[in-house]
Design a protein around this ligand. Sequence first.
Ligand code: HEC
Length: 176
Amino acid sequence: MKLLACACLLAAMALMDATQADELRVSEQSVFSFYKSLQLLTPDPIVVSPDIAVKCTTPSAAELTADEQRAGPHSNAFVKLYVNAVAKRAIEAGAVPFPTGAVIVKEKLNSDASAAAVGGMVKRAPGFDPANGDWEYFYAARSGGFASGRLDTCSGCHSRARDRDHVFFSGAHRNR
Ligand code: HEC
């Protein structure tokens, strides 16, 4: 009986996770704060190719500022990944596709570890954008600019990870 109650509770919690994330609307106001309550997948910042760190952005939403250009692409080469519980379970299980409600956020860090930009993807219900794994993308730079929705610049490149449900760091190919 206890086990059953426990299972029900877990199921209810999973449902809650998914529902909350499904309703998640990232806005210009919340984009730099909402993900702080998610789980940090990378306790230490991870280094990504500076080239990708620069390209992993929408030119329209986040034209690099004069400052960033002066500092060079290395200024954004450290990132932290945040995930909600739905995404974390899928990553740990190496299971793709991700369930509806999965949220993955990439925070690009300045050299003083403050956030320079935030980009993320939210798994929407089937039909949202089937060709691109039904992911909604969003991006904001501290220097200004916010975009969210079916962002072609993001999904176009992320389609290279199509076999991992458009997520490079999906756990499905740990040894890439
Ligand atoms: C030129 C290719 C490219 C473009 C364009 C691109 N990304 Fe990425 N993205 C990557 C690669 C490669 C990774 C994995 C390495 C890393 O973290 O930089 C990644 C990682 C991510 C991650 C962490 C989850 C994962 O897939 O590993 C998020 C979230 C993300 N990108 C969001 C975005 C958003 C939002 C946009 C559009 C504003 C975007 N990306 C545009 C190549 C790209």
